[in-house]
Design a protein around this ligand. Sequence first.
Ligand SMILES: Cc1ncc(COP(=O)(O)O)c(C=O)c1O
Length: 395
Amino acid sequence: MPRIEENARNEDYWHSIAERYDVAAGPVNLENGYFGRMTRGVAQDYQRNIDFINRKNSVHVRPQFDGPQNIEIHHQLAGLLGVEDASIALTRCASDALQSLIRNYNALQPGDQLLISDLEYPSVESAMRWVARQRGLEIIEIIHEHPASHDSLVASYREVLARHPRIKLMALTHVTHLTGLVMPVQAIVDAANAHGVDVVLDGAHALGQIEFDLQALGVAFAGYNLHKWIGGPLTLGVMYIDPRRLADISPDMGSQRYPEPDIRNRAPYGTVNIPAWLTLPKVLQEHKDLGGARAKGERLNYLRELWVSEARKMPGIEVLTPDEPRLQCAISALRFTHLQDQTPMADRLLKDYNLFTVVRGGSACGSCIRITVGLTTSLDDINRLIRALRELSRG
Ligand SMILES: Cc1ncc(COP(=O)(O)O)c(C=O)c1O
């Protein structure tokens, strides 16, 4: 295989990868951020597992999936994250993991403060606000500028952490869902650790497209899913707790499913999507064979840069994602500067150009159109997007 950076622009190679996915005719999907497609091979394996579990039912599940199979899947997932088996629990999605971490964090005292930013995902933001209300704590919120820079982001956290010594716990999003901004996680976590502040890291959009060393990052708590950039079936997530910090997260709803201490008691109790979990080994093998997050990330960034570099030159369009490679990934957002609500432009992208995007909002950046390339995105798709943006920007 050629070097990964060169490979990112090898259209023949990526065309052969795109061929592994079944894609319906119709609008070009530039909203690959919601969840990822499974390859045909993974979808077939998943279907086989559905049929298998449906036939065998608990005769297989009790002795196998609840036993050695689960241990093996758990082990493979810990391997993906590069952490000890005892530091992860399987969940149904990133929100399940993150909300359980937040509601069960038991190291808060009256008078403590919680830190969030306006770029947190709604399920994380609402959980932090809920905990604050339940326990009479104060929320401190950072409102980010757009586009931000690496240094301005780090400086904003350092400044707030220094100004509010009562902050005890903070949420941090590795890749923000609105603009695809990749946070300088390491520098921000270092600042938090220097102030004795615990971080709950939302890695929902990071896993599979961004390379990181979870242990080296130094966060105590994190949540991920496997149905975005890893390419697994929907309903797979994972919770991480630094084993030295397990006691700071109480069992969820008092769960005693496993003898304590066991991180699995921190995951919300319930029957999981067993066929989906049985498909994970196949998913992880394909992810690895493709070159992992490094290869996926390079390709996605290459595609994104093709359209963003053109959009930046168009009058009347503002790209809200920073122009700094280390802060970028597959997701980027823009807005047409003459409009408050970007819905009419997203509608025109679909109606006039057959391009499916999504309007997002809710932060200080206001309404924006989020465009997310994927592994099935072709150069033709990108060229169609550039032409559409150029024509729409001219009015
Ligand atoms: C930044 C971010 N965090 C968390 C989530 C929630 O992930 P899940 O659907 O796995 O709960 C999302 C989903 O889009 C997200 O974008």
